[in-house]
Design a protein. Structure first.
Length: 157
């Protein structure tokens, strides 16, 4: 088979990618903490705790994880794909990171938790989230062939 007829995915990893191991999760978390990446740490921790799909994670509003100025211990959102409610627990490190992000970004209840820099009424795109995950993984010196959303499916809280 010549190059012209070669399949587009020849030699590429396709299908579901393997999730990160707990030690990889901690490596990424420490890297984000050392870099003082407040938003990224909040997003990463929330992704680990919630195991939400990227589209559901980026579309969260502040009101989804807060009540009366406090970060909730448990939150519930309706998934876009399945239209089913999903409840998840926010661990103490996640609550601290989300609280720090909300304070730093001066977010209000009506705003997206991770707003777009271009359009402040919208959230970051799933493509941007995907790039961020890739950067977190590669900056930690890990194999970036692992991907999202399955990146977090085996994560420990």
């Amino acid at each position: 088979m010549d190059e012209k007829n070669a399949p587009w995915n020849k030699g590429r990893l396709i299908g579901q990618k393997p999730p990160l191991k707990p030690k990889d999760i901690w490596t990424i978390r420490i890297n984000l903490q050392n870099a003082h990446a407040v938003r990224d740490l909040a997003m990463f921790n929330l992704a680990i705790d919630s195991k939400l799909r990227g589209c559901d994670l980026v579309s969260l509003h502040v009101r989804d994880v807060t009540h009366g100025g406090h970060i909730l211990k448990r939150a519930m959102v309706v998934q876009k794909k399945t239209q089913r409610p999903v409840q998840f627990e926010l661990t103490e490190p996640t609550r601290l990171a989300v609280s720090a992000w909300i304070s730093k970004a001066k977010l209000t209840n009506d705003q997206h938790l991770f707003p777009s820099r271009v359009d402040h009424t919208a959230h970051i795109s799933t493509r941007q989230y995907s790039r961020m995950v890739h950067n977190w993984v590669s900056n930690a010196g890990l194999d970036s062939s692992v991907g999202n959303p399955p990146i977090f499916s085996g994560g420990q809280k």
